[in-house]
Design a protein around this ligand. Structure first.
Ligand SMILES: *Cc1c(COP(=O)(O)O)cnc(C)c1O
Length: 473
């Protein structure tokens, strides 16, 4: 393209953007579409209709040659995007372990959108540095971690598992006089990885990414709830990474931390806890017994976007060994102006530039406080118990797990019937639940993970199960 022409284009597009900013029209549109969406979130189909999914074809086009008016862009999202969303913010989405969103967190995220902060370094955003510092200290207090503990704010539990295990790898090799950052894993002294057979797939992915190789994992037998059986634990040593779990992804069960961690500590092994949704049980006096002894572990991974109900995407790493954590994630560069006085967020994560997810995480915790947080978590548990009781009453459903937290596993008398009933519930769209396999048999997996789920939502959803059970197939 000739240079002159390009210059004119640039001026036009810049002008167009300046006008969009000045008139604020597109922001008003987005806000009114958003408010409309909020209002319908309790009455609309939980899962998009097939028509809505089919209409996504309107997004199929070659990369546009010319600029489009911004209003058209926003309208397109409203017209064809919004109907094809899965309604997670209402009270009847029970899929995967996907959390809802606390309104104060949503609003804070909206404000943070206008701020558009890069949270890599203090000099890029003093406010985000401050909020990270504050939330780190709140989390240490909440989970009763030692003063040496640090927190990293990442996009979810996948990177949190990665960072926690990286710290463990660094420490175990350092003890053997091996600097893994400098020398890598080629010819490194071996470290052992010990994990329960029901470790989450993202733990295995982290092991792969860290070059430790999933074939090297020593898998420990689990009981009928997916908990590690302490009697099956192999002898541990100071070259071992032991990976435990708070909240098995199907049953919601917790590994027996006190017994396992005291054995690991006696052997000087590193203990990592994947607590994507279950770590938060520790924040409820009623449910904290599930996590007794857990705070003695070395590193922890958790999601904020599940049980805590922050908007997506938000995950947390906690590590009691500050030196190992900062060393594993160390970064340097001539232009990086790190601060001696204040926190530089990038020293605690695998990314450098990051969006400001700390804003909505802080706002959610600030809004809830200790008592609100406990109440919200207790409600997830109460609604899960209610769901299980309601389905027992319907008949034809067997509750497969002990409902210790927020997960309920249900099956019918045959795999065929379970699949049919699940399919019908999904077609009704009154609620959304997913399927899984537990001990070789198909199950329906109910995860109560939104603050918005009321008693009435559970009643309505159980009705949908009943209608599906009584349907003709
Ligand atoms: C959801 C989940 C993960 C993965 O978390 P993401 O936020 O999706 O990366 C890991 N472990 C467990 C137990 C989970 O439930």
């Amino acid at each position: 393209m000739p240079q002159v022409e390009q210059k004119i284009d640039m001026k036009n597009i810049q002008q167009a953007m300046q006008e969009d900013l000045a008139s604020k029209e597109i922001f008003e549109m987005a806000q009114s579409f958003g408010f409309d969406y909020l209002e319908k979130s309790t009455s609309r189909h939980i899962f998009p209709t097939s028509q809505a999914v089919d209409n996504l074809k309107f997004f199929d086009e070659p990369f546009p040659v010319a600029a489009a008016p911004a209003k058209e862009v926003i309208n397109l999202l409203q017209q064809y995007g919004s109907p094809a969303t899965v309604s997670q913010i209402g009270g009847r989405y029970f899929g995967f372990v996907d959390g809802g969103a606390v309104p104060a967190g949503m609003a804070a995220k909206l404000l943070g959108t206008f701020w558009d902060q890069n949270t890599a370094m203090y000099v890029m955003s003093p406010i985000c540095s401050k909020l990270e510092t504050v939330v780190e200290s709140w989390l240490k207090e909440l989970f009763q971690l030692p003063p040496s503990a640090v927190a990293g704010f990442v996009s979810g539990t996948s990177p949190a598992n990665f960072c926690g295990l990286a710290a463990g790898r660094w420490r175990l090799l350092k003890r053997q006089h091996w600097d893994v950052n400098a020398k890598g894993l080629y010819n490194a002294p071996p470290i052992r990885i010990v994990a329960g057979k029901h470790a989450h797939s993202t733990v295995i992915k982290a092991i792969n990414l860290l070059g430790m190789g999933n074939e090297n994992v020593e898998w420990i037998d689990v009981d009928d709830q997916g908990r590690i059986d302490p009697s099956a634990l192999p002898a541990l040593d100071d070259k071992t990474l032991l990976i435990l779990q708070a909240g098995e992804v199907n049953t919601g069960s917790f590994d027996p931390f006190a017994e396992l961690i005291s054995k690991a500590k006696a052997a000087n092994a590193w203990v990592h806890v994947d607590g994507a949704f279950g770590l938060w049980a520790a924040a409820s006096p009623q449910l904290a017994h599930l996590t007794a002894g857990m705070n003695q572990a070395d590193s922890f991974a958790a999601d904020a976007h599940k049980t805590l109900n922050t908007p997506y995407d938000s995950g947390i790493v906690l590590c009691s060994d500050k030196e190992a954590y900062l060393s594993a994630l160390q970064i340097s560069g001539s232009y990086l102006a790190t601060s001696d006085q204040a926190r530089d967020g990038m020293l605690y994560t695998q990314e450098a530039s990051r969006r400001s997810r700390i804003i909505e995480l802080w706002a959610t915790l600030k809004f809830l406080g200790r008592s609100g947080l406990a109440e919200m978590i207790n409600n997830l548990h109460a609604r899960a118990l209610q769901f299980a009781a309601a389905l027992k009453k319907v008949g034809g459903f067997e509750i497969v797990n002990n409902v210790v937290f927020n997960q309920v596993l249900v099956r019918c008398d045959s795999d065929e019937k379970t699949a049919q009933v699940l399919g019908r519930i999904q077609e009704f769209r009154d609620c959304w639940v997913g399927g899984s396999v537990w001990q070789g048999r198909k199950v329906i997996r109910i995860s109560v993970c939104s603050w918005a789920t009321t008693e009435d939502d559970v009643v309505k959803s159980a009705m949908s199960f009943k209608k599906a059970m009584e349907s003709d197939y």
